[in-house]
Design a protein around this ligand. Structure first.
Ligand code: SF4
Length: 180
């Protein structure tokens, strides 16, 4: 877990205004403003991507191309505020996180950066060979792709998240936007 957070200037966006903006988006069930110090990163998260996910190495927003847990920990150190988002099952988490990142940026939070859930689906085949994303303005990595322990982070914030044991169970999707 990151243990030092840099001070930053206010974006002028209050916690309440931020929550209102995020919860007003289609597909968002709830959102909570949290401290990035409560975002848990761990080395083991990458093992779950590398040995268990079909998306590993298949797109530029997934490992091994996305930030390592150690790099992410340093990124988190540069923020003092984030918002954790609980999405509806059918929500377009990637697109919504990118849209919100832009709206929050335009309201003065110039460091805003969004993280979604799961691999990228914007192109039929990822531009791995070119090594450059075709939609860099909206393709964002998942929290887990950056070494974030999503279960611990989500539970710490007071949301419920259990292991999905079979396909009949409804999965829960979360996103995170680093604000300022
Ligand atoms: S937008 Fe396209 S090129 Fe970029 S990461 Fe996603 S699939 Fe790859």
């Amino acid at each position: 877990m990151a243990n030092k957070r840099a001070a930053s200037k206010e974006s002028g966006l209050s916690d309440e205004a931020l929550r209102h903006l995020v919860e007003g988006k289609s597909g968002v069930k709830a959102a909570k403003v949290i401290s990035p110090a409560d975002v848990e990163t761990a080395e083991w998260v990458r093992l779950k991507c590398q040995f268990g996910c079909d998306g590993y190495g298949q797109c530029l927003v997934c490992p091994p191309f996305s930030p390592t847990p150690d790099q992410m920990c340093k990124v988190l150190d540069a923020y003092r505020r984030a918002i954790l988002i609980h999405f509806d099952r059918d929500a377009d988490t990637k697109a919504t996180v990118a849209e919100l990142e832009r709206e929050i940026f335009l309201r003065g939070a110039w460091k805003a950066f969004g993280l979604g859930a799961g691999p990228c689906y914007f192109c039929e085949t990822c531009a791995l060979e070119e090594g450059r994303c075709r939609h860099a303005e909206r393709a964002r990595p998942a929290m887990e792709a950056c070494g974030i322990d999503v279960y611990t982070t989500v539970r710490k914030a007071g949301f419920r998240l259990e292991v999905v044991r079979d396909r009949k169970q409804c999965p829960h999707y979360y996103g995170l936007i680093l604000i300022d």
